[in-house]
Write a protein that binds this ligand. Structure first.
Ligand code: SF4
Length: 365
C-alpha cells in the first residue's frame, strides 16, 4: 500500500487497533466525525478513484459483517457468503468493478473486530456447510501489513468443521499465514489472468509467476488452494496467454490440493465503461462488442464466451480431471456448451462447491 493520509472515526481513535495502524503507517492522520468528511476530501481530487486508493479510512462496520453474495439475477450463483472486513483496494486493475461500485471508493477498514468475531461464531453454530470469503469488496491480503485480521480469521475457522474461509488475492502476502494452525479450513486463492493482461490492465499486482510461487508455498504448508480466472478478456489472440497460465498452475501445485477453479468472462455495469475509458485511455478493454445481459451488465456475445470457456476447461481437465471447475454468473446454455453439463445435474452449483470443500478441505457434514 502507498498511503498518504489516514482518517479515523473520532469515536474510535482511542482503540488499540486504530493506534497500532496509525503508528505502523506514520502518515498524516485526521480524526473525522463522519464518512462524509472523508468523501469530500476524496472527491476534491482530480482522479477520486485513484485518490481513494491512497487514503485509508478506519471506521466501524455498523451493519452486517456476514452477508450473502449479491450474485446477479438470471445467472447461476455460487452461494458464497461475504465477510465484510474492509472495502476497496490499493492495487489498480482497469476492469475492477469496485471503481464504480462505491460512491466514492475509499480504502476502508473496519476495526470493531469483536462484533465480527461474534457474528462469525454465530454462523459456525448453524448445522450446514458454508463457504465464506473476504475477497468480494476488497483484496483479502492487502491488509496483511496493517492488521492481523487474516490471522484471526484463520484461527477462528480452524476451530470448527462445517465452514471454510477463502482468502482471495492478487498479491503474494502469505508469509505470516504460512505457519498458522489452519487445519485446512482456510483456502488461499488467487485471481489469475494472462501475463499480458497483468502488464496491460493490472497496476500494482504481483506477476503471475509470483502469485503461483506464493500458491506453491501455501500448498507446501498444507493450505488448500483455489484459482479464479475472472475476468477473462476475450480479444484476438488473448486466449493463448490464459492457456499458458493454466500450464503454470499445474507446474506449481498438485491438482489434488486445488479446491476449485472458476472461469468468468469480462462483464460490467455500464457505469464502469466511462471509468475505464477515463482512467485507462488507450486500453481497448471496454470497446469490444458487448451485449446487455439479463442482469443489465455488458457481456461478450455468448459464442465468444462459450469458445473461451471450452478451450480453458479442456486445458484444465487435461491436467486435473477431478478438480471442481465452475463458471461464474453464466446460464445453463453456456454451462452445457462449455462444460458439457448443467449444475442441476450435479445437485446445483452450491452443492458442487460444498462437496469440493468437504473433499479437499475435510469439512464434515
Ligand atoms: S486486485 Fe482485485 S480488488 Fe484490487 S483493484 Fe484489482 S480487481 Fe480490484
Amino acid at each position: 500500500m502507498k498511503l498518504n493520509r489516514l482518517f479515523i472515526d473520532r469515536e474510535l481513535v482511542a482503540r488499540a487497533e486504530a493506534n497500532r495502524i496509525a503508528q505502523r503507517l506514520g502518515i498524516p492522520t485526521q480524526e473525522v466525525n463522519s464518512a462524509g468528511e472523508v468523501f469530500e476530501t476524496v472527491m476534491a481530487a482530480s482522479d477520486p478513484v485513484a485518490a481513494g486508493k491512497r487514503m485509508l479510512y478506519l471506521t466501524a462496520n455498523r451493519g452486517a459483517f456476514v452477508r450473502d453474495c449479491p450474485g446477479t439475477s438470471h445467472y447461476t450463483c455460487c452461494g458464497y457468503r461475504i465477510l465484510h472486513v474492509g472495502a476497496y483496494c490499493s492495487m489498480d486493475c482497469a476492469y475492477c468493478i469496485l471503481q464504480a461500485y462505491f460512491h466514492p471508493p475509499v480504502l476502508t477498514f473496519f476495526i470493531n473486530t469483536e462484533d465480527f468475531v461474534a457474528q462469525i461464531e454465530k454462523e459456525f453454530n448453524k448445522d450446514k456447510i458454508q463457504r465464506f470469503g473476504t475477497g468480494e469488496f476488497t483484496d483479502s491480503l492487502i491488509w496483511e501489513g496493517l492488521s492481523s485480521v487474516n490471522e484471526e480469521l484463520v484461527r477462528l475457522f480452524s476451530g470448527q468443521d462445517r465452514c471454510v474461509l477463502e482468502l482471495k488475492t492478487k498479491t503474494t502476502a502469505v508469509e505470516r499465514l504460512l505457519s498458522l494452525p489452519h487445519r485446512r479450513r482456510t483456502i488461499l486463492a488467487w485471481s489469475l489472468s494472462s501475463r499480458e493482461m497483468v502488464s496491460r490492465c493490472e497496476r500494482g499486482t504481483a506477476a503471475i509467476e509470483a502469485r503461483l510461487a506464493a500458491a506453491a508455498r501455501a500448498a507446501a504448508q498444507g493450505y488448500p488452494v483455489a484459482f479464479h480466472f475472472d475476468p477473462i478478456v476475450i480479444e484476438d489472440r488473448s486466449l493463448p496467454g490464459y492457456l499458458e497460465t493454466i500450464e503454470r498452475i499445474f507446474a506449481a501445485v498438485e491438482p489434488a490440493n486445488i479446491v476449485w477453479i472458476s472461469l468468468g468472462a469480462l462483464r460490467f455495469m455500464p457505469a464502469l465503461k466511462a471509468v475505464i475509458e477515463n482512467r485507462f485511455p488507450g486500453l481497448p478493454l471496454a470497446c469490444g462488442e458487448f451485449i446487455t445481459g439479463l442482469d443489465g451488465k455488458l457481456r461478450y456475445f455468448k459464442p465468444l464466451r462459450i469458445r473461451a470457456y471450452r478451450r480453458m476447461a479442456q486445458a484444465i481437465r487435461r491436467r486435473a480431471p477431478e478438480v471442481c471447475l465452475y463458471l461464474c454468473m453464466e446460464d445453463d446454455e453456456v454451462w452445457r456448451e462449455a462444460l458439457g453439463f448443467v449444475p442441476a445435474e450435479r445437485g446445483g452449483l452450491v452443492a458442487m462447491l460444498d462437496e469440493a470443500a468437504v473433499r479437499v478441505c475435510g469439512l464434515k457434514r
